[in-house]
Design a binder for this molecule. Sequence first.
Ligand code: ADP
Length: 610
Amino acid sequence: MKMKFKQVCTEILNLLHISTKNNNLVILICINSITTALIPFVNLYFAMLILDSVFAKYFRQSLVYAFVMILLVFILNCMSKYTDQCLAAKYRFCTNLVEYETVHKSFTLEYEEFDKTDTIEKLHYLDDGINGAGDIGIQLKDITHLLQYCFSSLFSLIFIIFLFFQVESNPSNFFTSQISTLFMILLFICLIVFIFKMQNISSSKTNQMHRENISVNSKSSYIFMLLLDLKHSMDIRLSKLSNLIFNYYDGYKDKSLPMYTQWGTILGKYNSYSTLLIEMYAGISYIFVGAKAFYGLISIGSVLMYTGAINQLITTFQQTVSTYSKISYRFEYLKLHSDFIKTTPKHDLGILPIEKSDDFHYEFECKNVSFKYPGSSDYVLENVTLKFDIGKRHAIVGKNGAGKTTLIKLLCRLYEPTSGQILLNGVDIRNYDFNQYVRIFSIVFQDYQLFSFPIDENIAAHENTDAITIRKILNDVHILDRINELPKGIYTSLNKDNTDGVILSGGQLQKISIARALYKNAPFIILDEPTAALDPVSESEVYTEFNGLVEGKTSIFISHRMSSCIFCDKIFVFDHGKLIDEGNHTELLKSSSIYSSLWHAQSQHYAKTN
Ligand code: ADP
């Protein structure tokens, strides 16, 4: 998975391109890296001038040099620090920008994608890419450093080239000859190759460990999230689950601690080898420069300048290699982001508009629909053929796991049938524009989700809400009185994890989720176990109200409360993924053994308790 140099350069340019949107990041990076890289060289150059003028007894001139040096370094330092500060804010901004792009993209992906282990792993990597191992802010910071090291190496080389030309035309010894220059250059090349190899070994080992650590990290993040989540906290406390959770946490910690120690050992070992060689080369180059000064080829001031430049070159080279390796490693994660952004959701392939129909003329038909969940080999639905009649009430009944909710998910295009077709007015639903298609449905799933936002926004699914309609609907589902008692009425927030909101009972929340479906006022209403959390009185109220509210629309009820079937025009009986029977309540009681056993099981239960 290791990236090639050309790929890394392309990724750097891509990232800079994304990050430059709305801000002058690239200009700031260039100013920052040039000014930061220049400071030590201004120091070295003027130190040489000052020393030489002091030795030549030009004291006044040395003072002028000292003044110019202080002024220049001051200006460069101000520019470097100022751009540093600006960049820190920009890095954060860029991370948010990329994070926003990812979240935005993930909402355009099909729901089905999120049911694939592959996608989930990819998203974990992506999250890690943006905020963890491949943090974009740190990546941009390192790209700035890399550029700074490149400039620094370039400045060092410009200085050192002059040193290599300081030779005698008739050399009297090794140090004044071209051979010593050649020797130093060869030694330098060997050093560079060695450092490069060392850094490569150490970074591929540490990167490998980092990769292995990702799954441990995401598991411990899950545990951490459990501890902060109010929804889980009651069960954790009452069922004494904390020991189990902490045992998991300790297990992950035990796995990652030795890894960090090993990591430190590897870095320490390879860095020491490189440092040892760098110090040896520095020692030899000091002798080389000193000897040049001894034989009168360069001044005392130049000794300081050249040794400083050599030192600078070697250190920046080491930093360049290690920073480059970190950057290329991070791009392994960030590349996933660029690939992810480029994916085309299958939904986008459907382009047919949904014709607006005032008489709700939307007829759905399933033709030989079979379905397996992603990654599963078992059929959850097999050869289902049925039709939902326009404007009629339908019920789907069957034991748990019969495939009722799955059929609804297929109808709403959360998943695509494995084989067979679902048709809307005779056309395969995959051909319709997805955004227009989902507007046809008002749905309440059994595991409905309400968010820690104000109640009116939860119902309208928007910030602009129609308070009069919301109050009317809340009244229809018999919860307006309770909402009016709240401090801010319909504008009160739910839950306490986002704002200081209210905690409502499961039944009350369920009524709000039903209100959301009614507010949407779509021509096709689906209620999948919408009354599970309601008390019998509320349940009966909701069904009675619904009968009026769904009048003229097509509706589907999935409910274990068999009494709800009496109101329905057509009932589909499912068993083990197959449509077994269909008809109305009276017909099915006579003809369907499964329906009548479901009906009698419940009515007998009520009879007994009465
Ligand atoms: P019902 O609504 O009739 O109770 P479902 O349609 O929810 O049944 O589930 C039918 C079968 O599909 C069950 O065996 C369930 O375990 C399986 N199933 C549901 N969701 C998934 C999923 N996301 N991945 C794999 N299997 C699933």
